[in-house]
Design a protein around this ligand. Structure first.
Ligand SMILES: O=C(O)c1ccc(O)c(O)c1
Ligand SMILES: [Mg+2]
Length: 625
């Protein structure tokens, strides 16, 4: 039988019934009942037991029971009475296991023998009622804060109804080594909790209470931890236990679905060769095949005109739909005005915006199988006679990620689906390919997107940038494939008036915020775009004074950058980045041209503040006229 997958109610927003319904709806097997969720629920534990049973959910554990072991009298006796009361609750809930987390009280006695004696007594009382006790070391426990110390106490207590509980966060957050867990007798591990987190330089309690996230969303080696646990022979559930301020505010089903996806992913990373946990492999992705814009007829004309100033030309018309292809170099942009299509639905909801991103993958079927295993929903657009099916996945915001296989030498899907206009690729201002596609997300969506791109396409998150917009902070994290063929910066802002905040309110949700095109020579390209009337974003003088001060650029080069509104960045290894931005289309998305020299890998984050200030000015001026 497959291993049971569980989630602690503390991970999810809403009241206790909301949490149980969401956990069941997305496919969890069981829920850890977090005591606070029960205390605030206006109904009996027996009702929760019934609700869970009706939903097909088990309740493997009730938690936490705090500050128990090694207390002086009279607290010791009082704690044992308190335990009996909680055993009553557990029996009403129909669960047989309670989590005792290590004592944080200053009054706790630093004596493992006393801790063992107390836990023995509690386990004996539990045992008489057919219940069990699991002991977990909190990373900030007063005297017991490592799994090995908790294990030492469990061994000393030596009671069949007492076992160890391990939690990846408590071990990995303090850089403790989980490897030894593999050598424990698996049946003495009573429960396993998994959580990831971004690496943050702060006290571990606040880090744990506010910033945990699902495995694969942070920077801890949760897969390595899980491997050690499974190597012990542990056969119980794997359960998510996340304390996260954003999760507490997020739509509950979305969080639950991300949680299940993370658990499936981490199991497969821990045990890639075990059939029960293996996933179809990631199919390599070699880049963006095309981007599709949802438009209506008037917007199509305006956007086509805008793209024309960037040197894009009409390169094809769809055989059966109101869909046009615009091309330059290796860049394909599709404008979809077909009524009764996914694009039309997207346009109704979001207005002019990117409704689909098509990725070139080696094996679309394998990607679909992986998506299915990771509980991603899929979509096939209705198609005409002889047209090729393009399978698609739904990203966490509901937009489509289409999967295209392009095998050299074989007929491309463009030829199948479009009347192509020959000779368009030849001339132009030099845009070669899509360098990156940046998305603006609503607050709380970052972790879900990171997990989606990691799980489906094997992309890894890069470092977090905090970018200063004149109206607030924008946080940015790029997802990249290992070979960097696909780069997707993700931006999020709590502030409504930042470039990111304005985007998500204008478009009513997440979406593609800008598209960067690669050129061999940004100056030559910018010159041609200016000549075509492309609305390049003006950059202030002060920026160039500072560039000169920082990098000591040649005066002729500096003048060239200044005259073309080009931005400059360089890295410590001598890589150079030259880029420019357009104003946005209808206050929505915008374009960037980029030139990378000498292995420059980043996205010019030091210039983002200048860009966002220029956009804010540009927008303010438009509002005045
Ligand atoms: O933050 C806490 O107090 C807490 C409680 C119970 C747990 O299992 C845990 O990992 C942390
Ligand atoms: Mg825990």
């Amino acid at each position: 039988m497959a291993r049971s997958r569980c989630i602690a109610t503390v991970c999810l927003s809403g009241d206790l019934p909301d949490k149980l319904e969401a956990a069941a709806a997305v496919g969890f097997d069981g829920v850890e009942i977090f005591e606070n969720d029960l205390l605030t629920f206006n109904g009996s534990p027996a009702e929760i037991r019934r609700l869970a049973a009706d939903l097909g959910l088990s309740i493997p554990i009730f938690q936490p029971f705090r500050d128990f072991e090694a207390m002086p009298e009279p607290q010791r006796a009082r704690n044992l009475d308190r335990a009996e009361r909680k055993f009553d609750v557990m029996q009403a809930l129909g669960t047989d296991l309670v989590l005792v987390c290590s004592n944080v009280q200053p009054a706790a006695i630093d004596d493992p023998a006393r801790a063992a004696a107390d836990l023995h007594e509690m386990a004996e009382r539990a045992h008489r009622r057919g219940l069990r006790v699991g002991f977990e070391a909190l990373a900030w426990g007063r005297h017991i804060n490592r799994w090995r110390q908790a294990w030492d106490v469990v061994q000393r207590a030596d009671h069949p109804a007492l076992g160890l509980i391990v939690d990846s966060f408590h071990t990995l957050s303090i850089n403790d080594d989980p490897a030894g867990i593999a050598d424990l007798p698996g049946e003495k591990i009573f429960f396993v909790q998994l959580a990831d987190a971004p690496r943050l330089d702060m006290d571990v309690l606040n880090w744990s209470r506010h910033f945990r996230n699902f495995p694969g969303q942070g920077q801890l080696d949760v897969a390595g931890f899980t491997r050690a646990v499974l190597d012990s022979g542990y056969a119980g559930p794997l359960s998510l236990e996340i304390f996260n301020d954003e999760f507490r505010a997020a739509p509950v089903r979305q969080t639950a679905r991300d949680g299940l996806r993370s658990l499936i992913l981490v199991e497969s990373e821990a045990r890639p060769t075990v059939a029960a946990s293996a996933l179809p492999p990631v199919s390599p992705c070699s880049g963006v095949e095309f981007l599709e814009f949802a438009v209506n007829e008037p917007v199509r004309g305006e956007l086509a005109q805008f793209l024309g100033t960037l040197g894009f030309r009409l390169a094809g018309k769809h055989r059966s739909k109101a869909v046009e292809l615009y091309r330059q170099g290796g860049v394909s942009l599709v404008l979809n005005a077909e009524p009764d299509s996914a694009a039309a639905g997207h346009f109704e909801m979001h207005g002019a915006s990117v409704c689909a991103m098509a990725l070139t993958v080696a094996d679309a079927e394998a990607t679909l199988a992986r998506a299915d295993a990771l509980r991603c929903s899929t979509w096939y657009e209705p198609r005409g006679e002889g047209e090729r099916p393009i399978p698609s996945l739904r990203a966490p915001d509901g937009s489509l990620v289409c999967l295209v296989e392009n095998r050299p030498g074989e007929r491309s899907f463009w030829e199948d689906d479009f009347f192509l206009i020959p000779g368009v690729d030849a001339a132009g201002p030099g845009l070669l390919s899509i360098d990156h596609v940046a998305q603006a997300l609503t607050p709380g969506q970052m972790d879900g997107f990171v997990l989606f791109y990691r799980a489906l396409f094997g992309m890894e998150p890069e470092g977090l940038w905090e970018l200063p917009d004149p109206r607030g902070l924008v946080r940015s994290r790029a997802m990249v494939t290992p070979d960097r063929a696909l780069r997707l910066p993700l931006n999020v802002s709590e502030a409504r008036e930042t470039a990111t905040g304005r985007f998500v309110s204008a478009v009513a949700g997440a979406g593609v915020h800008h598209i960067a095109f690669l050129t061999e020579d940004a100056a030559a390209t910018a010159r041609q775009l200016a000549a075509r009337g492309a609305p390049l974003l003006p950059i202030p003088e002060n920026y160039y004074d500072d560039l000169e001060a920082r990098f000591g650029l040649e005066p002729t080069r500096l003048d060239e950058l200044k005259s073309l509104n080009l931005l400059h960045d360089q890295d410590a290894e001598g890589g150079v980045f030259t880029h420019a931005y357009t104003a946005s289309f209808a206050d929505r998305f915008f374009f960037e041209i980029v030139e990378r020299r000498g292995g420059y890998r980043q996205f010019g984050a030091p210039n983002a503040g200048v860009r966002m200030a220029a956009q804010a000015r540009y927008q303010a001026r438009r509002q005045k006229v």
